[in-house]
Structure formats: C-alpha cells, structure tokens
Design a protein around this ligand. Structure first.
Ligand SMILES: *[C@@H]1O[C@H](CO)[C@@H](O)[C@H](O)[C@H]1NC(C)=O
Ligand SMILES: *[C@@H]1O[C@H](CO)[C@@H](O)[C@H](O)[C@H]1NC(C)=O
Ligand SMILES: *[C@@H]1O[C@H](CO)[C@@H](O)[C@H](O)[C@H]1NC(C)=O
Ligand SMILES: *[C@@H]1O[C@H](CO)[C@@H](O)[C@H](O)[C@H]1NC(C)=O
Ligand SMILES: *[C@@H]1O[C@H](CO)[C@@H](O)[C@H](O)[C@H]1NC(C)=O
Length: 837
C-alpha cells in the first residue's frame, strides 16, 4: 500500500544500508493551467438517468467527470509508475440504474509498448475511488480505433451485467457481478479481422481493432431481468459487422440486411423510436476516414435505411461521433471523420435523418458560411483565428469520434476533437436561427504530453515544451496562455534550455522536418528567431545553451551531437556519443557536460570536444544532467542505477546511497537564502518509487507526492524546480499536463492573476488496492580523476564586409563596416547584416 513510505538511512560511507522510515511532506498539487484539453478526447458519455452526470475519457490522460459549472474533475491522478496504463481509457460506461457506478476499460497499448494487461476499473462513487479487475489480455486506450464505442456497456435492466468487446481478436467478455469477474462469451465468434496496416512490424497498426461497440436494446426487456436484445459492432471492413443477440447474449446472429461496406464506429439506440443508428467509416480512426455512411435500422420492421447526409463529391470523409437527443428522438447529429479541409463538419437532422443541415457550408468560394460563433475564452491559444498554426485552418476540429447531447438538456452538447472538447448551451438555435455558439468547454482537462520544463530565475515562472501543440510561456500558472510558441512553430517541442548568466535567453528545438528546428529568444520566450545555422535535416533530441547564450549544443534526434556558436553552421561533435544526455554549465560559458552509458563527459572549449574524466558507476542509461545555477562544476546526474554528484566538473563523482534508480532531477530555490539549492528527483529511494526533495545536497530526502498523485510513468516526466520559490516544483506528465506542487507550510506568494479556483465535491481520487515494488539498495562509488583538454580561441578578422554579409553579433570578429551603399543592421544579438542603406 502507498502511504507507508520506506527509505534508507543515508550514509556518507560505502556500507550496506539499513532500511528505515523516511518522512513525507504534504504537498498541494495543481495543474498549471493550459486549458482546453490539449489532446484527443475520444468520447463524452452522459448518464441517461441522472441529470448533469457526464464523463469524458482520454487516450493518454485518464478520465474526467463533468461538474455543474462546466469544469471537469480528473479521476485517475493516483496512477503511478505501477499503474501508468490506467491513463489509457479505451471505453467508459456510466450505470443507468445505480448512477453512482462508473466503469473504465484501461490499458495503453496492445503491442509491446505496454507489457501489462488491461483492467476494468470499477467505481461505486462517481469515480472518487476505484478497484481494478484485471483482464487476461491487453487493452489499447492509445491504439488505432480508440474513438469507436463504447465497447463497454451496462445492461440497463440488470446492472450487474456488463459486456466488454475486446481488441486483438480476444472477443466478447461478460461480467454478471458488477465487473468484478469476467468470462469470455464463447458463442460470440465474429471477433473482428480489420487491421489498419498489416505490414506494421511494431504491432501498433497491425493489431486487430476487434469489437467496436456494445449496445443494449432496453425496450426488449424488463427491469430486473437481463435485457434480451443486444447489438454488437465489429471491426470488419466488407464482411458482417453488426451482430445481434435476442437471448441476452447466449446466441448471436448477423443482423439481416446489413451493409457491411464500412466499419461501424458507433451504434446508438433510440429507445423511444426503437431505432438503431450507426455511423460508419472506412478506417479504424481516429485520423483516417475518407468514405463512410450513416444508417438506421428499424428494430421492429428490420428495415435498414441509408441516411448518409452527403454523397458523391461531397462525401470525402467517414463518420464518427453520433448523438441522439433523448428528448427529441428524431433529432440526431453525426460528425465527419475526418473532414480535414476546409474544416471539420457536423450534421444535424430533426427528422430521423431524412434531411440534414451542416455546421458550415460553402459561400462564394473560398468563403464559408459558419453557422456558429466561436468562443475560446477558456483556452485562447486554441485560436478563433487559427493562431495555432499547427492546427491549420481547422476550427471545428478533427478526430471527432465523440459527440453527445445532454439527455436532460437539448441545448447542451459536447464533442471531442483531436485537441479539445467543444460544444455549447444553445444547440436548439441550430433549428431556429441555424446559428449556435461553439465554445471551448474543456476547462479542467489538462491532457498534454509534456516534453520539457524550465523555471528560469527571472521572467515568467515557467516555459514548457509540449507534444503536438508546441509549448508555452506560462506568465501565470492559473490562467490559460493566450498563445503557444509561434514564429516558428513546429507542433512538438523536443527540449528547452536557458542561459545561466543571461537567463532571459532561451533555446528551443522542434521535432518537425523541412525547416530549421531551432529557435532562440532573448526576451524570455516572448519572441523567437530561427537559428539559420541549423540545417533543415536536423530535428528532435535535447538542447543546451551556454551560460552566456552564444553557443548551442544539440544532441539531435538522428545525427549525433552538434554544436554552433553565434548561430554559425552546426558542426559535428564526434567526441560525444549520439545518445548522450547533455547540459551547459550555468556559469562558465565554455563548459558543457555529457553523459552516456557509464561515462561522464566534459567540454571546456564550448562544446567542440569532450573528454571523459570519470564514470558513473554501473550506469547504463543516464537520464538527466542538472547543474547548480550559481556554482560552476557542481553537477548532478540521474541514472538507471541512482544519482551521482560532482563538485569538480565531473572530475570525480559520488553516488548517493539508498537511491537505486532515478529519472528526472532538478534544482530549485534553497530552504534558506544562500543555502544549497533544493534538489527534486523522481527516484526509487529504498523501496519507494516516487518524487522526493532534499534540502541538504542529497543527504536526507522527503517524499513529496502522495497516494492521490502518482504522475504515472516517471521515465517521460520532465521536472523543474522553481529557483524563486522554495519547495515549488513542476512535474510534466505524459497525458495529464503540468502539475505544480507547493510544500505545506511554505507560503507561496499570491499568483499575479486572480481567478476563482473551482473545487469539486470529491477532492481527490485514489485506488483502493494496489501493489508495491521492491528495489535493490546500492552503495557509494567514487570515480577517478581525468584531465580535460583545451582548444585555441576563435579566429579574428578585419576589413570591409560585402553586400548582405555578416557585420556584427556577439563574438563576431570579422569586419563591422559595410561596403558603400550598405549599412550594418542589427538582426539579433548574434547577427548583424550589411543591407542596402
Ligand atoms: C448503488 O451502489 C452502491 C455502491 O455499491 C450501493 O451502496 C447502493 O446500495 C446501490 N444502490 C442501489 C439503489 O442499488
Ligand atoms: C452499401 O453501401 C455502399 C456504401 O455506402 C454503397 O455503395 C452500396 O451501394 C450499398 N449496397 C447496397 C446493397 O445497398
Ligand atoms: C419501424 O417499422 C414499424 C413497422 O413497419 C413502423 O410501425 C414504425 O413506424 C417504424 N419506426 C419508425 C421510427 O419509422
Ligand atoms: C452566425 O453568427 C455569428 C455571430 O453573430 C456571425 O458572425 C456569423 O456570420 C453567423 N453565421 C451566418 C452564416 O450568418
Ligand atoms: C571556464 O572553464 C575553463 C575550463 O575549466 C577555464 O579555463 C576558464 O578559466 C573558466 N572561465 C571562467 C570565466 O572561469
């Protein structure tokens, strides 16, 4: 059980260590507000019988419950290193009989990327606490086809009965004890053969989509008895893919007269009209879909009707999200999957699909009539005018597999996109004025995958690198930023660093292609300029900026380590391995560090050459190098075997006792002015895997995360200590955005912008039962001294510069005078150019 925090008595000598209790410190954890979600929301599920009860599921960031004020409360923040795959939610079911109950099918990948089987998570209190029922196969919350469903369903007449449609050909499963135990429905043999790409050797696109949805026909039964009629959608393209049972799941048949051309994504039943509506697409989704259909099936007559809203050249997408207005059962809506241009599309019908109206239509080309106004105050970076260049022209969205109308409020609708939840509260205006208000309604959902965090000593409290949506300058922790990184923008930021002596200077790198993927800022991230010294072939990896901000060391994604000074062309650093972790000294502009395998490396010539003066014990994979911002050569390295510390630029290292594995490590403000920086680490300390802080240079540690805050897999979580506020730490997650934590007792200064915080009825969520891991205690090692090398200074130059040549910039030693007719013009601190006078 979490809560009994075990650790070791830390010793300065190399002796076997004795396990003893270590203290923990209460921390307050909150999200750094990005707002608007920031990732794919596969579905939003309303409870059909309790007003206002709804949940959203995500593919990598767990599930959320909707609050009355339109905010969302996260439900799976307890997931820790041992339960990281809980954040992949492949299906969700809210109980129509006993509405306190909610179930999640969780697991991240069905291929080797996730070694763990999946589980059904069961809550009897709206998601406040959970118990896990393990499944004997994997569940793929972040696999292709994660937007179909729901493939987990509760019998509306006998809520002890659940069915779950598995992936990978594992078939249909049934529970009769509220999800506690599961058994395979052996009579269900049409388990789905469709795979998106059979040639994908990773297993990601070559696994079977499996069963796509399970839908009970409540009208076929009576309360208290198992519902006889159950429809099941199957991941087949071109062969029978809608099955039905009329005996509560004992025997199954193909629904007669079906058209199996496309894959059924959603099967939504209108009890009032005894009609089953199905949306189809020709791929598994969520990114694909170039053809599809919408069908309705009259359960009474057995008649199928094709009600696809568009045809011919206007049909260049499949269909995903499908909603019925429970109060107006002939009102249905369906979302295109995917209309990538000029925008996503949603259709609405008030006559059961006979006629449809769209959310936009073409005007006089290229103008479009938007039958909506757009409100993004909760996440302005989403951009009414497409300020997020990576989102292109799409405002309505894409990957729209989840579309729902509140069963108690015909005006209230929500849909998920690849980046957020949109919706509104005036939907009936679609039918009167044909003009609705489309709002960003993902407040409280923080779903970003965070790649980098820097809390600098001056300026904004935090800069972040984020997957898919660039990253942000966080001027406030509580108000969503107005924009993400722009000019340039590259979708995913791989890393960020700042210059120790000039801490308004930053470098960031992107992971795109076809353009320079490195940018510099001299104003704390407000504006950026492309570093044209970078070839367009380099991207990704890690980056370090020298103390005076003139040199960039770049461990690229695929072309080894490279270095550039004064934005000159990058040159290969052959003396540092291509997988090295890198860091800059924060005081001495010439010094960089590297670590690879068991070796530590130092450069004293601005990153051009590295030597390896020392080793990192038995490390096989260093994780992070962090350098004391005010003491040159004071270096910490986290590794797969623990934490190493050097006070002499890596000439010798001491391994901390008791810590047997570490991921992120960071330094923050000291406990007392002038004291040693607080150290934060994600580590295995004794037998506890968690997040720890030391105020005495690594001798004593307190655990700072708790049973309600696990942060999932630590290996991908960046951490940054706040250099201005003692105790404050930022933890980036892979799917739950950025958290900041403040120590209980420490009084953080008031945030600059006042905005009321919303609280939910249930403050935190926990797992009722879990397992603990064991760890091996390692001892201290000291490494031997080595001799660093030095190189000669940069060349000098004189004379007059020609047209368009460089004529200035930090470190520039060439001509500063331009030929006649040209004037030396400042471009950035590193570059002035001769341009026509
Ligand atoms: C609903 O479920 C809860 C939790 O199991 C249980 O305590 C309660 O009695 C149930 N209510 C009904 C009406 O069945
Ligand atoms: C089945 O659906 C496809 C795609 O919508 C359509 O082209 C085809 O004509 C349909 N077949 C029948 C028999 O209706
Ligand atoms: C379904 O078919 C039955 C029998 O033909 C008919 O009475 C009923 O009106 C149909 N339902 C709808 C919604 O059209
Ligand atoms: C819908 O309303 C908005 C806001 O008033 C307006 O900008 C837009 O032009 C309207 N759409 C159409 C097609 O008239
Ligand atoms: C920076 O480090 C190098 C190598 O150790 C040293 O030669 C140089 O004097 C240092 N510079 C400063 C300003 O301390």
């Amino acid at each position: 059980m979490r809560g009994r925090f075990l650790s070791v008595i830390l010793s300065a000598v190399s002796l076997p260590l004795v396990a003893a209790a270590v203290s923990s410190q209460a921390y307050t954890w909150k999200n750094v507000k990005i707002g608007g979600g920031g990732g794919f929301v596969p579905n939003i599920v309303f409870n059909p019988t309790q007003k206002g009860l709804a949940y959203a599921r995500t593919d990598i960031g767990g599930a959320y419950r909707l609050n009355a004020d339109d905010t969302w409360t996260p439900l799976l923040d307890f997931a820790d290193v041992n339960h990281w795959n809980y954040w992949g939610v492949d299906a969700l079911a809210t109980d129509p009989v006993n509405t306190t109950r909610v179930y999640l099918a969780t697991g991240m990948y069905t291929n080797s990327w996730d070694p763990n089987n999946g589980q059904i998570l069961i809550s009897t209190n709206y998601g406040a606490t959970w118990t896990a029922s393990p499944l004997p196969f994997k569940v793929g919350g972040n696999m292709p086809g994660r937007g179909v469903g729901e493939r987990l369903a509760i019998d509306p007449n006998s809520n002890n009965i659940l069915f779950f449609g598995a992936r990978s050909g594992n078939g249909l499963w049934k529970s009769t004890d509220f999800g506690a135990t599961w058994s395979k429905v052996s009579s269900f043999t049409n388990t789905g053969t469709y795979v998106p790409d059979p040639t994908d050797t990773s297993g990601y696109n070559s696994d079977k989509l499996g069963i796509t949805w399970v839908t009970f026909d409540s009208t076929s039964g009576t309360s208290g008895k198992a519902t006889p009629r159950i429809f099941v959608g199957v991941g087949n393209l071109g062969s029978t893919n809608v099955m039905v049972s009329n005996d509560a799941g004992s025997t199954w048949n193909a629904v007669a007269g079906q058209n199996s051309t496309y894959i059924p994504h959603k099967g939504v039943l209108s009890p009032a009209t005894k009609t089953l509506y199905i949306s189809y697409s020709n791929g598994a989704g969520p990114y694909d879909g170039s053809l599809g259909a919408v069908m309705k099936y009259n359960i009474t007559s057995g008649v199928w009707t094709d009600i696809t809203p568009v045809s011919g050249g206007n049909l260049y997408f499949g269909f995903g999200g499908l909603a019925i207005d429970a109060q107006h059962p002939n009102t249905i809506m369906v979302a295109a999957l995917n209309s990538w241009w000029p925008d996503g599309q949603i259709f609405r019908s008030i006559d059961g699909g006979v006629t449809w109206s769209p959310l936009w239509s073409w005007g006089v080309y290229p103008a479009i009539n938007k039958f909506y106004s757009y409100v993004d105050t909760l996440a302005p970076w989403l951009g009414p005018d497409n300020t997020v260049t990576t989102l292109g022209t799409l405002q309505i969205g894409w990957m729209m597999e989840g579309l729902s109308i509140d069963p108690f409020d015909s005006n209230h609708w929500l849909y998920g996109t690849g980046a957020t939840i949109l919706g509104g509260r005036d939907l009936l205006k679609w039918d009167t004025t044909h003009n609705v208000t489309l709002e960003s309604l993902a407040d409280g959902i923080e779903e970003t995958a965070v790649t980098a965090l820097v809390s600098p000593p001056v300026g904004p409290p935090l800069l972040s690198g984020v997957g898919d949506i660039e990253g942000f300058v966080h001027n406030s922790l509580t108000v969503a930023p107005a924009t993400n990184f722009l000019n340039p923008s590259w979708s995913t930021t791989s890393d960020i660093d700042y210059a120790g002596n000039k801490p308004t200077n930053f470098v960031r790198i992107g992971s795109g292609t076809g353009s320079q993927q490195i940018a510099l800022s001299f104003d704390s991230g407000t504006t950026w300029s492309i570093d044209y010294g970078a070839p367009i072939t380099l991207s990704g990896g890690k980056v370090a900026l020298s103390a005076n901000a003139d040199t960039v060391l770049w461990r690229t994604g695929s072309s080894g380590v490279q270095v550039s000074q004064y934005t000159n062309a990058f040159t290969v650093v052959s003396s540092l391995p291509s997988d090295a972790q890198i860091a800059s000294d924060k005081v001495n502009n010439s010094v960089f560090y590297g670590a690879s395998g068991s070796k530590f490396y130092v450069s004293v010539d601005g990153g051009h050459t590295f030597t390896s003066p020392s080793g990192l014990g038995s490390s096989k994979s260093p994780q992070k190098i962090v350098v004391n911002p005010s003491v040159t050569g004071d270096v910490w390295v986290s590794t797969d075997v623990g934490i190493f510390h050097s006070v002499n630029s890596g000439t010798t290292f001491t391994q901390l006792p008791g810590i047997t594995q570490a991921w992120a490590i960071a330094l923050g403000a000291p406990a007392k002015a002038g004291g040693y920086p607080a150290i934060f680490a994600a580590a295995v300390l004794g037998t506890t895997t968690g997040y720890f802080r030391s105020d005495d240079a690594g001798v004593n540690w307190v655990q700072i995360n708790d049973a309600a805050h696990g942060f999932a897999a630590p290996g991908s979580n960046p951490v940054s200590g706040d250099p201005r506020i003692y105790g404050r730490v930022y933890i980036g997650t892979n799917g739950r955005g950025i958290f900041y934590g403040d120590a209980a007792g420490a009084a953080p200064p008031p945030s600059t912008t006042a905005k009321p915080t919303t609280t939910s009825a249930i403050p935190s969520t926990t797992l009722l039962s879990t397992t603990s891991s064991s760890a091996i205690v390692k001892t201290t090692t000291t490494t031997s001294r080595g001799t660093p090398t030095t190189t000669s200074p940069a060349p000098t130059g004189t004379g007059v510069q020609g047209a368009y040549g460089q004529c200035g910039g930090q470190g520039w030693t060439g001509p500063t005078v331009c030929v006649s007719g040209y004037k030396c013009t400042y471009s950035n601190p590193y570059y002035s150019q001769c341009i026509p006078a």
